[in-house]
Design a protein around this ligand. Structure first.
Ligand SMILES: [Zn+2]
Length: 72
């Protein structure tokens, strides 16, 4: 399960994160409170998690197929 990793903090509150799985970067800027930022990034990340999982599946299948020796 991917999770959010804090990449950057300004004045002690996180403003940029990345996905632990695919390293996609999320950032929330602007005049928001720490809670508002966190809520916003969490929502974006929930959407991303679904896409990330979908995108990860074919890649795993391909890796598996590549490991199978071809008949000669
Ligand atoms: Zn991801």
């Amino acid at each position: 399960m991917p999770e959010l990793i804090v990449m950057e903090k300004i004045d002690g509150s996180p403003v940029a994160w990345r996905c632990s799985d695919c390293r996609l970067k999320f950032s929330v800027r602007g005049k928001l409170t720490a809670q508002e930022r966190y809520r916003q990034v969490t929502e974006e990340f929930e959407v991303h998690m679904k896409e990330c999982r979908k995108a990860g599946e074919p890649a795993r299948d391909m890796a598996f197929a590549a490991g199978v020796p071809l008949p000669e």
